[in-house]
Design a binder for this molecule. Sequence first.
Ligand SMILES: [Zn+2]
Length: 99
Amino acid sequence: MPVLCPVCGVAFEPEPGFFWGAMYFSYAFSVGFTMITAFLVYYFLNNPSVLVYMSFIVPVVVLASPWSLRYSRTLMLHLFGGLKFDPDWKIHDLKDLDR
Ligand SMILES: [Zn+2]
């Protein structure tokens, strides 16, 4: 992950350790993937053994971890990083941004 945004120059890590809080979002994503996968296994395989549940849930959570990492950091930046989305960012001068 670059230190600064290549387009507008905003710092992606506003302070040291900022992204520790993103672990909570990542945990929530993992719980969501687990619940959805468990429901689908229960529904389509008619409540199999725990081993079958785990053989579906673990790969789903592991394969979704890159997505979860990026989106949990993105949520952390947007909710607690003080960034405001500018829908007209292409027409504004980057020097006018208050950072
Ligand atoms: Zn940017």
